[in-house]
Design a protein around this ligand. Sequence first.
Ligand SMILES: N[C@@H](CCC(=O)N[C@@H](CS)C(=O)NCC(=O)O)C(=O)O
Length: 209
Amino acid sequence: MSAPSMTLYYNPASPFSRKVLVLLHETGQTNRVSLKPVNVTPVNPNNDLCQENPAGKLPALCLADGNVLHDSRVILDYLDHQHVGNPLIPREGSARWRRLTLASLADALLDAAVLIRYETFLRPAQKQWAEWLDNQQEKIARSLSYFEQEAVTELSSHFDIASISLAAGLGYLDLRQPDLGWRSRYPRLGAWYYEVCQRPSMIATQPPA
Ligand SMILES: N[C@@H](CCC(=O)N[C@@H](CS)C(=O)NCC(=O)O)C(=O)O
C-alpha cells in the first residue's frame, strides 16, 4: 500500500470534517489521506491550520503538490473527481443543481448548529444573545421541516453529497443538542437517518460521545 499523499486537518467532532471522512470511506480513498487532528474555535485558532487556511477553519486538505483546498464543499468536489466509482456529486443536469441545493441547505443547518454551540459553550452566559440563538434554532427547525416534507424520498434514492451533508448535520445535532427530540417531529427523517447510520462510512466516522 502506498503512503498517503494528502493531509486532512480535521477534528472528529467537526461535522464539516465528517462530511469529508464519510466521502473518503464511501469512495474507498481513506488510505490516500493522513489525518491531522486539531482543536480550533473562533477564539482559539490553530497556527498550523491558519498557515494552510487563512480562515482558520476545518476541514482543510493539503495536496501532494502543495496546494491546499478548503472549505468542505470544495474538498468533497475535489475528492469526488479522484475515484472511479459513481460520482457522489452529479456531474450535470437538474440532478446536479438539486442535490447541491439540498447539500447547501444541510450546510446551513450545520452553520446554525455550530454557531449555537459557540454562543452557548464559548461566550460567557451574561453576554449570550437569546434572540439570536432562537433565530439560529429556527433555521434548524425550518431546514428539518423542509427535508421532512419535501426531500426525504429523494434523499433515500442515493447516498451522495446531499445525504452525506444532512447525515453529518443530524449526527451533530445528536452530539450537541441531545434533548432536541427532532425524531418525534420529523419521523420520516428519523427513519431515513436510522438507515444511513448502518452504513460503514457513518459507523467509522461517529463523533466522540
Ligand atoms: N463553510 C465551512 C465551515 C467550516 C467550519 O465552520 N468549521 C468549524 C469547525 S466545525 C471551524 O473550523 N470553526 C473555527 C472557526 O470558526 O474559527 C466548510 O464547509 O468547511
